[in-house]
Design a protein. Structure first.
Length: 192
């Protein structure tokens, strides 16, 4: 997926970057980003109300913002997306993961803290409405070939129908049958 954004390696993507992890919880992603020369900052709800407060970062001070399994918990993501855009440098990226209501169906509501479901289309429109560009939406596969991370209808079909087992499935099935996912990744860029 990084190659679609113009980066040749993970190191190229993260080198000397400032990364903010919103809704970080126990900062479990921190270790994944350590060692690349970036500055990692994790903010969670006990430090900042992500729906109301100004984020504790200067304008245009951040290269990458990640929000994993967070946006579906917000009743109105408008302030949240505006604040992300404020702290991103021009050309900065936001990376969001969220359940895909089309893939998980009514199971989405099994988490009583879920407030707002998203589809590929609604998430793209939401990001574009808030001024983000180069929006890429893909199924949130894990460890699959780059070709599967294209923003196309066939990849969403594959995610639901051609790979019936989860990528972490214990079942003794061929690898090409693993990869079913019920979530979305969105990556978008701040232009100015």
């Amino acid at each position: 997926m990084l190659s679609m954004l113009g980066f040749s390696t993970k190191t190229d993507f993260l080198h000397d970057k400032t990364l903010v992890d919103l809704g970080c919880g126990d900062q479990y992603t921190r270790k994944a980003f350590e060692g690349y020369g970036e500055s990692y900052w994790g903010i969670d709800i006990d430090q900042c109300d992500l729906e109301k407060d100004a984020f504790p970062f200067a304008a245009e001070s951040t290269d990458i913002v990640i929000c994993l399994a967070l946006i579906e918990h917000l009743s109105d993501p408008g302030h949240f997306l505006t604040e992300i855009k404020r702290i991103l440098k021009p050309g900065g990226l936001v990376w969001i993961s969220t359940p895909d209501i089309k893939a998980c169906g009514a199971d989405f509501w099994n988490d009583p803290t879920h407030m707002h479901p998203y589809t590929r289309t609604s998430l793209r429109m939401l990001l574009q409405m808030h001024g983000y560009a180069d929006v890429l939406i893909t199924p949130n596969y894990h460890c699959k070939p780059n070709a599967l991370y294209r923003d196309t209808d066939i990849n969403f079909f594959r995610a639901r129908h051609l790979m019936p087992f989860a990528g972490t499935s214990w079942a003794p099935v061929p690898e090409f049958l693993k990869g079913h996912c019920t979530g979305l990744f969105a990556i978008a860029k701040k232009l100015c």
